[in-house]
Unconditional design. Sequence first.
Length: 265
Amino acid sequence: MSESLLDTVRERTPLVHCVTNLVATTFSANALLAVGASPAMVEDAEEAAELAAVAGALVVNTGTMSRPRAEGMHAAAGAARDAGTPWLLDPVGVGPLSLRTRVASELLGLGPTVVRGNASEILALAGHEGGGRGVDATASVEAAADAADELARTHGTVVAVSGVVDRVTDGATVHRVGGGHPLMGRVTAMGCALGAVTAAFLAVGDDVLAATLAAHAVVGATGAAAGAVARGPGSFVPAWLDELALFDGAGGADGAAAQALVDPA
Ligand SMILES: Nc1ncnc2c1ncn2[C@@H]1O[C@H](COP(=O)(O)OP(=O)(O)OP(=O)(O)O)[C@@H](O)[C@H]1O
Ligand SMILES: Cc1ncsc1CCO
Ligand SMILES: [Mg+2]
């Protein structure tokens, strides 16, 4: 599953349009290039609507909110919906901050293909207590399980909650993805990069749940591999980009390792 979709990403180099935050921009673009996709960070409303209509997939990430960026998010998400472009909402920091919480709730109404966030963000987006105080989670993945399932069912979307073990649901079926490394929580915008990689898989896979799971498994496997060789957060970043780029495809040992992270016994 994961290995063949990764091969397809590399064959097709899908254009992934990101309306993302100031912190995540370069890292997400590098993660997309490493995995084999083609990134474009475009946020002006006029341009974002043009690009979202022709891109392979779109990411909308609320990490550094501003009113002009919010306009770009609405324009991009609306154009993606109209054109049938798959799109992923990453509601960074939603809960404690008002503008992004309003905007994310409006964006949810535009029908994201996938919603991906940490536990506090997913709790807040679903209107539950337990939201964080900034962009990092203060709740556990399992504490957000009901909120994630409810969001998925109400909005007909796949919801992926990241943490030590990621949880992916379409509201009916739940999968967990292990792997990763504690250093991933000490590098900024790691979740944003996971969202970008997930969008690359959405661009080439018709099965949303399978594509989301495959992307999480590849990030889990490459994160574990990078964590094993990194000395700390600084060397983790280049090690992870290298692991993503060098990850073998169909039939390889890396692909099998990623597969083994999904729903381990
Ligand atoms: N302690 C950990 N052990 C294993 N994997 C982890 C750990 N912490 C984070 N990860 C992994 O790191 C990735 C990002 O998850 P995280 O929950 O940290 O995202 P986030 O809070 O949205 O990040 P950001 O908002 O900074 O981009 C996921 O693939 C997750 O599985
Ligand atoms: C640190 C930070 N602040 C706003 S967005 C962001 C990146 C992690 O989401
Ligand atoms: Mg996040």
